[in-house]
Write a protein that binds this ligand. Sequence first.
Ligand SMILES: Nc1ncnc2c1ncn2[C@@H]1O[C@H](COP(=O)(O)OP(=O)(O)OP(=O)(O)O)[C@@H](O)[C@H]1O
Ligand SMILES: [Mg+2]
Length: 245
Amino acid sequence: MVSHVATVAFLGLEARAVEVQVQIAPGMPKFLVVGLPDKAVGESRERVHAALSAIGLALPPKRITVNLSPADLPKEGSHYDLPIALGLLGAMGVIDAETLASYVVVGELGLDGRVAPAPGVLLAALHASERDLGLICPAAQGPEAAWAGNIEVLAAPDLLSLIGHFKGGAPLAPPQPGIADAPVILADLKQVKGQETAKRALEIAAAGGHNLLMSGPPGAGKSLMAACLPGILPDLTPAEALGIM
Ligand SMILES: Nc1ncnc2c1ncn2[C@@H]1O[C@H](COP(=O)(O)OP(=O)(O)OP(=O)(O)O)[C@@H](O)[C@H]1O
Ligand SMILES: [Mg+2]
């Protein structure tokens, strides 16, 4: 049978849809990856093989073909490990293949079955939210993926926990959006002596998102007050933070 798992290829800051198709067919035991894989993707065969045997699953002694579609789009990176492994588990009947179809999957696999971080998880999450799909990603990147907003994120530490989730035994908790440390603000408005009108103009500009033109003699404190502005600006909304990323 053939199972299908959605993933992405990164082209600069754009995520393109890629489908991982896995077929297990009778024939000489073989494990092929086709669809313009680069070296890292080609080597994912070895990682997937090792990760599955680490959790006690042997690949069936059949002809296994993995196609990364569209076949003419070059595939780079190590984030195809997890979709290939889940496609295999779907084709082997370990995980329900239809359930898998509602997720975009990215993540690198360790030889012991751990899911390791791979770049581009936020892009993949935004892509998944555009397609109304959930996202399966490495546990360490769950807080990053959760920024994409209203999508189901399964942040898995290892293959076994994903199988546990899909079998209903041990559901994975949804990750919370991660918060970066607050930036160090060097100047504070309370350092500014006097200049009440200018300070008020600064506050109105910050609160309302208005532009501001400062004019005055050298040494009047224009640069100082401009440096105070970040300290009184409201926090960015998630959408704004992603917009200026
Ligand atoms: N109202 C004020 N309260 C506290 N410090 C001030 C005030 N006005 C100016 N200063 C101090 O005076 C120095 C010169 O100010 P600043 O560089 O902000 O002036 P400026 O208006 O940007 O000048 P320029 O037009 O030459 O760029 C800075 O060290 C600043 O901290
Ligand atoms: Mg200045």
